[in-house]
Design a protein around this ligand. Structure first.
Ligand code: NAD
Length: 503
């Protein structure tokens, strides 16, 4: 990884920041240490929150379209740094360059969306039942927002939250994953540059970063001065954070694990399905919350589909993600590899048959990295192991014989509810899938895979995925508090519901 110091320098990271600390940054490409970051002491987390609270008092008074100007500048900074930040993501998280760049593009798209949103933070006017009265809703800034992110989207998820929070009038405190802190710092520096250009309207403490692990996260989550915690990560993390935030009546946005399925019916375009399976299950080495984990295929097309999918799997170029032509990089670390190994052993113990992959590869060239051949396992039924998320390129196959309802039932019969899709050209099947008795997931796609969402829609899932939404649509409302104002412009004081109170 020659030239990494230059890339760090160009995105605004100084050697003193990424050397000599207690938090190692390990590249999954070959296991080398590429930095040693300085953790924010847990005792100083409350000071960070207090600074954000002070910033809020000023920032909430800045008109929203002017706040949008800050995010517009941020979009410019992200554009200028796209190649370098994308490269850092690839080196630190192991995504192929194309996906590293795509992640920065997602942050840019989000900034653009938020700029437009800054002129549309509107409420409704509601007809009053009383003469000479008017009811209206307003959305006001909420306060400091804590953003805790997972390792696999260190840049985009920060942008999803920060771009909206900032236009909504909220300071942000960013706690990136301890496995992707350099990427987090790189995107944070781009926001700092935008703030410097924006000038004095951006108060000190408007955007802060807390570097660390679970403990720093817990300290932030427990602060009573943080009205909203937006946390992305595993279901175990979400269960802990959700409970802590609920105990103090805070608001939360939880974006947790998925167990995403694709249904392929007898009337599917099998070529399209095969390509979507490849990107869905193998892309990002299966380390997306929306990665394809379960393929539910009708028996009549199963053999044909699996023949082309397994052939395509065998042709996937696995290797160093920063080299052109590579389609699949490494797993994030040894733990991830062990988890995959255990899941495969459990699946075969539950009656599954490995159709391809599942082995550690490249141990001769890149012994410090955990590279695997993507795995497909044919399962006799939906077993307990399949109900858990394995964050790796492991695809289970289930077969169905009956109508599409049988496949939908299998798809919904897991604790998670993030993303789902159907491949079919039969409108009865498709409409069934997106209907009230169809997919129970936050996202239900037709003739595209479960992953790779655009930022315009609301992103998130049901059940153990957390139940919340972020990114586009009306997700902005969560970063604001709503007030309902009833205004009497008459000289009488009629009571609602016609109540006569002693007059
Ligand atoms: P993780 O749960 O290990 O960590 C996520 C973040 O939470 C990290 O910053 C970590 O330091 C912090 N953290 C962990 N426990 C905490 C606690 N008790 N209190 C406060 N902070 C805590 O997740 P990961 O391994 O980094 O990411 C993979 C997981 O994230 C997968 O389950 C994946 O599906 C999920 N994910 C979900 C989405 C989504 O939008 N639904 C997006 C990306 C990733």
């Amino acid at each position: 990884m020659t030239g990494l110091a230059d890339v760090f320098g160009r995105v605004g990271l100084r050697p003193v920041e990424y050397t000599g600390g207690t938090l190692p940054a390990i590249s999954p490409i070959d296991g080398t240490e590429i930095g040693r970051l300085h953790e924010t002491p847990v005792e100083s987390v409350q000071t960070v929150v207090e600074r954000a609270r002070q910033a809020f008092i000023k920032w909430r008074e800045v008109p929203a379209p002017r706040r949008g100007e800050l995010v517009r500048l941020w979009g410019e900074e992200l554009r200028a740094a796209k190649v370098d930040i994308g490269y850092i993501i690839s080196v630190e998280v192991g995504k192929i360059i194309e996906e590293g760049l795509g992640e920065v593009q997602e942050a840019i798209d989000m900034a653009d969306l938020a700029v437009g949103q800054s002129r549309q933070l509107f409420g409704r006017t509601i007809a009053s039942e009383r003469p000479g009265h008017r009811i209206m809703e307003q959305y006001h800034p909420l306060g400091p927002v804590v953003i805790i992110t997972a390792f696999n989207f260190p840049v985009a998820v920060f942008a999803w939250n920060a771009a909206l929070a900032l236009v909504c009038g909220d300071p942000v405190i960013f706690k990136p994953s301890d496995k992707a802190t350099l990427s987090g710092l790189a995107v944070f520096r781009s926001l700092e540059r935008a703030m410097a250009r924006f000038g004095a309207d951006a108060p000190e403490g408007l955007a802060q970063i807390v570097i660390g692990r679970r403990d720093q996260g817990v300290a932030l989550v427990e602060s009573h001065d943080v009205p909203l915690v937006s946390a992305t990560g595993s279901t175990a993390m979400g269960r802990d954070i959700g409970t802590r935030v609920a105990a103090r009546f805070g608001k939360r946005i939880l974006e947790l694990g998925g167990n995403n399925a694709m249904i392929v019916t007898p009337e599917a375009d099998l070529d399209m399905a095969q390509r979507a399976i490849l990107f869905g299950a193998v892309g990002t080495a299966g380390q997306r919350c929306t990665s394809l984990r379960r393929l539910i295929v009708h028996r009549s097309v199963k053999d044909q589909l699996l023949e082309s999918v397994t052939a395509a799997y065998k042709s996937i170029k696995i290797g160093n993600p920063i080299l052109p032509g590579t389609l699949m990089g490494p797993l994030i670390d040894e733990n991830a590899f062990n988890m995959l190994d255990r899941a495969i052993a459990r699946a075969t113990g539950e009656g599954g048959t490995v159709l391809t992959g599942g082995d550690r590869v490249l141990t001769d060239h890149l012994p410090g990295g955990f590279y695997v051949s993507p795995c497909i396992i044919d399962m006799p039924r939906q077993t307990s192991g399949m109900r858990e998320e394995t964050f790796a390129p492991l695809l289970y196959v289930l077969t169905y014989d009956g109508p599409v309802d049988e496949a939908i039932e299998l798809q919904n019969d897991v604790p998670q509810g993030l993303s789902s899709c159907i491949f079919s050209r039969n409108m009865l099947e498709v409409e069934r899938f997106v209907s009230v008795s169809g997919s129970d997931c936050g996202m239900a796609n037709v003739n595209i895979g479960p992953n790779g969402a655009e930022i315009g829609g609301a992103f998130g899932g049901e059940k153990e995925t957390g139940g919340d939404r972020e990114s586009g649509s009306d997700a902005w409302k969560q970063y604001m508090r709503r007030t309902t104002n009833t205004i009497n412009f008459s000289t009488a004081l009629p009571l609602a519901q016609g109540i006569n109170f002693g007059s």
